[in-house]
Design a protein around this ligand. Sequence first.
Ligand code: NAD
Ligand code: DAU
Length: 356
Amino acid sequence: MKLKTIIITGGAGFIGSHVVRLFVNKYPDYKIVNLDKLTYAGNLANLKDIEKKSNYEFLKGDICDAELIQNIFEKYNFDGVIHLAAESHVDRSISNPMEFVKTNVIGTVTLLNAAKHFWKASLDSIPKGNLFYHVSTDEVYGSLGKKGKFKETTSYDPHSPYSSSKASSDHFVRAYHDTFGLPVVISNCSNNYGSFHFPEKLIPLAINNIKNNKPVPVYGKGANVRDWLFVEDHARAIDVIYHKGKVGDTYNIGGNNEWKNIDLIKLLCKVMDEKLGRKKGESAKLITFVKDRAGHDLRYAIDSSKLQKKLKWRPSLKFEKGLKKTVDWYLANEEWLKDVTSGDYQKYYDQQYVIR
Ligand code: NAD
Ligand code: DAU
C-alpha cells in the first residue's frame, strides 16, 4: 500500500511546527513534507528534535510560486495537504496589508490549483482519499458583544486586513469544493498559546518583556477578550479532523477559556513573580497601557461543540497549568528567544507602541 504522503505548509511556524512534530512522531508510516518560506516567523530550530527522522523532509519555498508548487506536487504525488502557511499577525496586517493578500489569498489559491490539477483523476471518479485541509481562524467571524459564541454557521464579518485575507482564503477553499469537487475541510480556531510562539504576540511578548524588565504594552484598556487554547490541543484537533472530519465540513476549535487581556496579563505577572523569585506585585508594575489597535475586535469566543460531539475532541489542559508550562518553556529556552528577537524584531517593536 502506498504510504500517506502529506504536505504541511508553514510547518516551521508556531502552530505548524507542533502539527509537523505530532504527525512525524505519531505516524511513522507517513511521509511528512514541510514546505515553508522561512519568513521572520518561520524557524527550523522549532523542529530540531525531529529533523533527522526518516519520514520527514523540509523544503524551503513560497506557496505563491506556482511553478515551484506544481513541481513539488508532481514529484511527491501528495495524498493530503495541511495548509497553515500564512502571515498571521494582525498588527503587521495593519501596516502592510498587501503581504497578507499575497500569502493568505494568492498563496492559498496557488495550492488549491495544484491540488485540483494533480487530484483530477480522483475528482472525476471515485474519491481516492485525498484531502485539502485549510487551517483558519475564528477572526473571520468578526467581533462578539458580551454574550454568545461563534458557531460554524455564524456569518463572516472580518475587520482587519489579516482576518479579511483569511476569510477570503476560506471562501476560495469552499468555492473549489463546490465548483470543482475538491475534497476540502476547514477549521477555525481561537487564540493559541504555548512553546515556539513568536514574541510579537501577546503572551510570549509579555513573558519576554517581564523577564527583561521592560514595559508590558496593553492595548486600550485591556478590556478585549480572547478564548485561549494550548497549541498542542490545536495540533491534536487538526489530527482528528484530518483523519475523521467530513469532507466539505467546517469545524470550530476553541479552548472554552475566555480571558480579558488585562486579567490574563495580571495572572501572567503573578506566575512570573513566582518563577523569577520576585516580590509579589513586582512584575505587574511593568503593565503599561498603550494606544489601542485600530479596528480592535472586542471579543472572540468559540462554540466547539460540533467537534467535541462528532469527533470526540476536547481541550486537555487547564489554562493556569498551560500558562505555567509555557512560562517554564520560555525561561528554559533563552537561546531560542534571543535568536528570534534579533534581526528586524527590535525595529518592528520600536515602531509599534505609543505609550498613552
Ligand atoms: P506563524 O506566523 O507562527 O507561522 C506561519 C508560517 O508560515 C511561518 O513558518 C512562515 O515562514 C510561513 N510562511 C509565511 N508565508 C509563507 C509563504 N508565502 N510560503 C510558505 N510559507 C510561508 O503562524 P501561526 O500562528 O503558527 O499560524 C499558523 C496558521 O494557523 C495560520 O494560517 C493562522 O492563520 C492560523 N491560526 C493561528 C492562530 C493563532 O493563535 N496563532 C489561531 C487560529 C488559526
Ligand atoms: O483568534 C485567533 C487569532 O489569534 C489568530 O488567527 C492570529 O493569527 C493570532 O495572532 C491571534 O490574533 P490576536 O490579534 O488575537 O493575537 P495577539 O496576540 O496579537 O493579541 C491578543 C490580544 O492582546 C488582542 O486583543 C490584542 C492585545 N494585545 C496584543 C499585543 C501584541 C495587547 O494588548 N498588547 C500587545 O502587545
